[in-house]
Ligand binder design. Structure first.
Ligand code: WTA
Length: 654
């Protein structure tokens, strides 16, 4: 990769300290307390994590070495014996939490179910026994392709309980994508449902599984949960209804003592080459890291109802719907539905119905809500909320302010959490009672995380200069390898930056800068960087400038090859519903970017479009936009596109 300097242009000086009331009740109460924790963790990371492992988790057998670091391969809590399902369930049963709500679930059609810790434990144990009965053994990989129903979480916990690594494939993926992942993981069994509800329609999950299994020879059995009750094909000898097979099965299933470094799950994430990477997480380190980050970042209280809107098919669903919250004994809410034309305000209904206190969602969702206007949230009572979070992309200050004012009623801190599938848990984030926020900044690293912005030699870059986001010391939640391809793990994450002062450096693939207060501003993937006349511009910053104009709902910026400048800025813009495209508006938006950032960033071209091509997890697919902008054929994998018609519309408009 060529050396780049990334010019950072976003200026944002607003500062939002937490209220005194919030800080006083928080887990971490002041900047001083955070700084002390951070300094202690930095001075002796192993001692810091070992103390937390001792106090926060249950162990069948204690470890004998905290960290074995053979770069880039780490082992944490070597020779410890632990089970994450035990930590999420069993240990709460001997406390008052036994009858506390563990999981509150709301279906899209309005049905709902609640499980106490005792009930969830029982379901998980029975599910685990069914898996065993079907021949699943410790070490066997199980595929999970499920809608957002309680059985998705139950299935994950059942796998963890018996030591069968799960690989959850997001229910929106195609049969081909599912097949590739099942084959790569050599899955032995698949857990699915007949279908799931999404935007008032049934997603035919079982049908996709049937197609995928035509060419996935390792899969011997399919366990099918009934959700939608439409007619489906059941293959005799291979497919089993969960409600039939569970009859008479015992709910007594002791948790398997797992080695700290036994694989807990594989989660596939797209790489730049198109072939997805199987990110491997192991048991103890992941349990500890997801537990502690949930506790401090979401400032969990036993009385809270906590809701993360992610899908369990993403890492956010793994760490912050299932494992982190349950390990803490929290009440976690799971919602099947998505905002849809029949009920654009459904999220606000859920918050009102359950009195949600902590709400964690994605910038893309926030921008969609902004576009719909304030009417929907204003028509509900959102006063139960006390803390908000965002994850997945840089949040532009405009959307941050809207979230703060309209959803948070100006009283809720916002935790903008930067992390990745690879990191297992949040790495850079405000601790909400301790760290004052700035709209658009993920603020400071979590204690124990040595984050830096560096150049390609590994040298820290000066204040306010763009560079690469890097992590300098292993942490318990880090991925251990790429499944079946340790060499790809080394190449992708550990070889872009050479060891610096003896420390191996993890390359996150994101551009960032640090401001004078040490706050991190993540600028997006480094492949989302545009070079105009030798200046590297983060696409996110130009997008932010565009979105700060009242007419703009969403913007995606890409570079188009230009003979003179190297690249020219092309902006794809979705307008607020009360505006329509015109040459005048186009000129005005260009002027606006110049005003906000400078002439350097002036878009050469503005293309209006009704929607932008996004992945199912809401990330804009800039690769496709780049091809469109350059007038090329769109090639490569488009299987992760949420809505293919968007691409056709963009082509027609070109
Ligand atoms: C981006 C999601 C800015 C980033 C947990 C990262 C963010 C990628 C933020 C990982 C944030 C995630 N601010 N950018 N708060 N959170 N990202 O693996 O580019 O789906 O590298 O994990 O999302 O995406 P992934």
């Amino acid at each position: 990769m060529a050396e780049v300097t990334i010019d950072s242009t976003l200026q944002e000086d607003r500062l939002f300290p937490p209220s005194t009331e919030f800080s006083q009740q928080a887990q971490i109460k002041s900047l001083t307390e955070y700084e002390q924790l951070y300094a202690r963790a930095k001075a002796d990371p192993q001692k810091f994590w070992a103390e937390l492992a001792e106090t926060e988790l249950h162990w069948f057998q204690k470890w004998d070495t905290v960290l074995d670091w053979q770069p880039p391969f780490a082992q944490w809590f070597v020779n410890g014996k632990i089970n994450i399902a035990h930590n999420c369930l069993d240990r709460h049963l001997t406390t008052w939490r036994r009858n506390k709500a563990a999981l509150i679930w709301e279906g899209e059609p309005g049905d709902s179910r609640t499980f106490t810790y005792a009930q969830l434990h029982r379901e998980v144990c029975q599910f685990a026994n069914v898996l065993k009965q079907l021949g699943v053994q410790k070490g066997d990989v199980v595929g999970i392709y499920m809608p957002m129903i309680p059985e998705a979480a139950i299935a994950m916990l059942a796998c963890a309980r018996i030591g069968a690594p799960h690989t959850v494939v997001f229910g929106g993926f195609s049969a081909e994508a599912l097949r590739d992942r099942l084959n790569d993981g050599k899955a032995k069994l698949v857990i699915t449902a007949d279908g799931g509800w999404r935007k008032d329609a049934i997603v035919p999950l079982k049908e996709q599984v049937d197609k995928a299994l035509a060419d996935a020879p390792t899969v011997k059995d399919v366990l099918v949960v009934q959700r939608t009750a439409q007619k489906i094909h059941m293959e005799a000898g291979r497919d089993h209804w969960w409600h039939d097979i569970r009859q008479g099965v015992s709910a007594d299933c002791p948790a398997e003592p797992m080695d700290s470094e036994d694989m807990l799950f594989i989660l596939y994430t797209s790489g730049s080459t198109g072939k997805p990477k199987g990110v491997v997480h192991t048991t103890a380190g992941y349990n500890l890291y997801s537990h502690v980050t949930t506790k401090w970042i979401f400032d969990l209280k036993d009385t809270d109802v906590y809701w993360c809107t992610a899908d369990v098919g993403w890492i956010t669903g793994h760490s912050y719907i299932v494992y982190g919250p349950l390990s803490n004994g929290a009440t976690t809410l799971m919602y099947e539905g998505a905002p849809r034309s029949s009920n654009p305000g459904c999220f606000w209904d859920v918050i009102e119905k359950y009195g949600v206190n902590i709400f964690y969602t994605a910038p893309t969702a926030i921008r969609a809500f902004m576009r719909m206007g304030e009417h929907e949230p204003n028509a509900r009572n959102l006063s139960s909320l006390r803390l908000l979070g965002t994850v997945g992309e840089p949040i532009n200050p405009e959307a941050w302010m809207w979230y703060h004012r309209i959803i948070g009623g100006e009283r809720c801190p916002i935790v903008d959490t930067w992390w990745q599938t690879e990191t297992g848990g949040v790495m850079i984030t405000p601790l909400p009672g301790a760290i004052a926020t700035k709209p658009g900044s993920a603020t400071l690293p979590f204690p124990g995380i040595l984050a830096e912005v560096v150049d390609l030699e590994g040298n820290p870059v000066p204040e306010n200069e763009g560079g690469y986001l890097a992590i300098k010391h292993p942490w318990p939640g880090m991925m251990r390898t790429v499944y079946g391809d340790p060499d790809r793990f080394r190449r992708t994450y550990w070889e872009h930056i050479p060891p610096h002062e003896g420390q191996f450096t993890y390359f996150a693939g994101d551009g960032a800068r640090k401001d004078r207060d040490g706050y991190f501003w993540v600028m997006g993937r480094v492949d989302d960087v545009i070079s105009v006349a030798g200046h590297r511009l983060g696409t996110m910053e130009i997008e932010s400038a565009l979105v700060s104009h009242p007419a703009v709902a969403e913007a995606a910026v890409v570079g188009k090859p230009d003979e003179i400048k190297g690249e020219e800025v092309v902006a794809f813009v979705t307008l607020d519903t009360s505006f329509s495209p015109s040459p005048e508006l186009s000129a005005e938006l260009k002027k606006h970017v110049v005003q906000e950032i400078g002439a350097l960033a002036r878009p050469g071209e503005i293309r209006f479009s009704e929607a932008l091509p996004k992945t199912r997890s809401g990330k804009i697919m800039r690769r496709l936009l780049r091809s469109l902008a350059a007038g090329e054929e769109v090639t490569g994998d488009t299987s992760t596109l949420e809505d293919r018609s968007v691409l056709d519309k963009l082509r027609e408009g070109a």
